[in-house]
Design a protein around this ligand. Structure first.
Ligand SMILES: *[C@@H]1O[C@H](CO)[C@@H](O)[C@H](O)[C@H]1NC(C)=O
Ligand SMILES: *[C@@H]1O[C@H](CO)[C@@H](O)[C@H](O)[C@H]1NC(C)=O
Ligand SMILES: *[C@@H]1O[C@H](CO)[C@@H](O)[C@H](O)[C@H]1NC(C)=O
Length: 293
């Protein structure tokens, strides 16, 4: 249910993702905790904990790395996991599942949108911020956070679901990689507006570090250099597809590491890895993302 019911708008809300990195000490450059907000691209188990026993909680989800379903919309690790690894921090645990949040918590929830337009949907970005604020009140230690990472959009014109839905007979609608140009343009439009807004916020809060994470160009880099990243099947879902959902009985590809898309909507671990590599090591590096304590 989780992925096949995703609407275009919800995928676009991938842009609501936000990372908040907590600095261990004022003077040091390393981080002691990560707090994360967002939707299915960043969810590490909140949706699965709330609506338990969906396909997300079971294999083949998670099989590439965790060998079990964790509630990630992926066969393995997501960008957030690779960032946590790079900072020497544990994977960010889902807040709604409870536990030890001394090194961070993930408030991201599959299907979350940025604006609370439906009063019955309790997992929007404003809701997540509210959970975080309540959590922070219980511990004065958490007042030191002043580094934010805000990702732009993915190249949505390379996502199989939309390539199918907006299929065109005109070769000129596609770029050299086979992605829909107008749709990637839309990601570009969003990302450039986001950056303008981030620049405004930087001016307004000069003591806060706000970094833009270029998922868009890092993603396009992968589609332009597929062999380098081991991708041989860019536009076919690894799990499900052809009318089948991605679940324990649906078809699954033998090697997800060669696929860019997990179930037609969300990236595989291979894609998450390639994109995170671009923002951790370059060419779109945010230097502090590779600093361990
Ligand atoms: C949303 O939250 C309200 C208040 O806590 C609750 O009554 C309602 O059932 C929730 N809705 C959903 C869909 O979880
Ligand atoms: C994509 O954006 C470029 C530059 O902004 C523009 O020249 C081009 O017409 C756009 N193409 C489509 C198909 O929207
Ligand atoms: C997988 O999805 C199919 C089609 O929706 C359904 O019939 C089947 O029960 C599902 N299997 C599992 C294990 O969820």
């Amino acid at each position: 249910m989780a992925s096949s019911s995703f609407s275009f708008f919800q995928i676009l809300s991938a842009t609501t993702t936000l990372l908040l990195l907590l600095e261990a000490h004022q003077a040091s450059s390393c981080f002691s905790a990560i707090f994360s907000f967002g939707d299915s691209l960043q969810d590490t188990g909140n949706f699965a904990h709330t609506f338990f026993n969906t396909a997300l909680s079971n294999p083949p989800y998670g099989t590439t790395y965790f060998h079990k379903g964790t509630g990630r919309y992926c066969d393995g690790r997501i960008i957030l996991d690779f960032i946590a690894e790079s900072l020497g921090l544990p994977f960010v645990p889902p807040f709604l599942a409870g536990g030890d949040f001394s090194k961070g918590a993930n408030f991201a929830f599959g299907g979350a949108v940025a604006v609370k337009s439906d009063p019955n949907w309790n997992h929007t970005l404003p809701d997540q911020i509210e959970w975080f604020q309540k959590f922070v009140q219980t511990d004065p230690l958490f007042r030191g956070a002043k580094t934010f990472v805000v990702p732009g959009n993915l190249p949505i014109g390379c996502i199989p679901a939309w390539l199918g839905q907006y299929r065109s007979d005109k070769p000129s609608d596609y770029d050299k990689n086979g992605c829909l140009i107008w749709m990637n343009n839309f990601s570009e439009y969003h990302s450039s507006n986001l950056q303008t807004e981030l620049d405004r916020l930087k001016g307004q809060f000069p003591t806060v570090t706000i970094a833009y994470a270029d998922y868009l160009n890092s993603g396009i880099r992968m589609f332009s250099n597929q062999a380098q990243f081991g991708i041989t099947v860019p536009f076919t879902a690894c799990c499900g597809g052809n009318g089948y959902p991605c679940n324990a009985t649906g078809p699954v590809c033998p090697n997800p590491l060669n696929y860019a898309s997990w179930e037609g909507f969300h990236p595989t671990e291979a894609t998450h890895h390639a994109i995170s590599d671009g923002i951790i090591r370059g060419p779109y590096a945010i230097p502090f993302l590779s600093q361990k304590c």
